[in-house]
Write a protein that binds this ligand. Structure first.
Ligand SMILES: C[S@@+](CC[C@H](N)C(=O)[O-])C[C@H]1O[C@@H](n2cnc3c(N)ncnc32)[C@H](O)[C@@H]1O
Length: 256
């Protein structure tokens, strides 16, 4: 369909006005601002944690899809200084006190190796993923991509979670999440599907919350697929080492 430029401008400004007025009215945007969280999505993790108590003092948390940093902020507050929080994203994340940040594609082996180097042998209490694909507009494709991200987070979780550990992953509803849920049920004592109040009603996202990890005997676990080779850069709030690639302005992601 061909639109004239003035019409496109009008459509764009109407949708951006709608977005701004929705943001202004949204109680979670206000709360995020008041509590200095970088994204309203911080409240999704807070609400899941209020219900299931998955993050404790001194815990080790791996947060996949961390930018702009809302979930990482929440986890870093909860684990306190003796804990360890590692946030990973394709995008750079501004430093967060008490958290290590890795810029890289989580699905790549190099990124996962960088996480394991930071873990330095410590096992993980919670692997959480709020990773989302860039939306293509094709719901079936977006759903499939979202399930791939869940699979990747779970395959990694299998290698690093402590017995009894937890796993939280966002998915876009679309049908095949039921298969994934079945896989979770074989690995965890309890599996729930949540749609926290902070998750917008009109969004098709849901969250798997899996509790009580039951590791497979080592030999079988070693046969599960790994990730693909790539590069990743590691940033540590503690060491203040920053890669050149990551010095970039973070765009506001207040819609998350
Ligand atoms: C909804 S946002 C996360 C918001 C975050 N939980 C917060 O509270 O600020 C989803 C993020 O997943 C990241 N992402 C998607 N695919 C990824 C991948 N393969 N590896 C790392 N990050 C990925 C995106 O770059 C995006 O920043």
């Amino acid at each position: 369909m061909h639109h004239s430029i003035p019409l496109l401008k009008r459509l764009y400004s109407t949708s951006s006005k709608n977005w701004m007025s929705r943001q202004a009215k949204d109680p979670y945007c206000k709360l995020a601002k008041a509590n200095q969280y970088r994204a309203r999505s911080a409240f999704k993790l807070i609400q899941i944690n209020d219900k299931y108590r998955i993050i404790q003092r001194n815990d080790v948390v791996v947060d996949c899809g961390a930018a702009p940093g809302g979930w990482t902020q929440v986890a870093a507050e909860k684990v306190t200084k003796k804990g360890l929080v590692i946030g990973i994203d394709l995008l750079p994340v501004d430093p967060i006190p008490n958290a290590h940040l890795i810029r890289g594609n989580f699905m790549r082996l190099k990124t996962q190796n960088a996480i394991r180097a930071l873990l330095d042998g410590r096992s993980v209490d919670l692997v959480c993923s709020d990773m989302a694909p860039s939306f293509s507009g094709n719901h079936t494709a977006d759903h499939a991509r979202s399930m791939e991200l869940c699979e990747s987070a779970l395959t990694f979780a299998e290698k690093v979670l402590s017995p009894g550990g937890s796993f939280v992953a966002k998915f876009l509803m679309g049908g095949t999440e039921h298969e994934f849920r079945k896989r979770l049920q074989t690995m965890f004592a309890k599996v729930k599907t949540e749609k926290p109040d902070a998750s917008r009603k009109q969004s098709t996202e849901g969250f798997f919350v899996a509790l009580g990890y039951k590791p497979l005997p080592k030999k079988i676990a070693a046969e599960s697929p790994a990730a693909v080779e790539d590069t990743a850069t590691v940033e540590s709030a503690a060491t203040k080492e920053k890669s050149k690639e990551t010095i970039m302005d973070m765009q506001s992601k207040s819609d998350m």
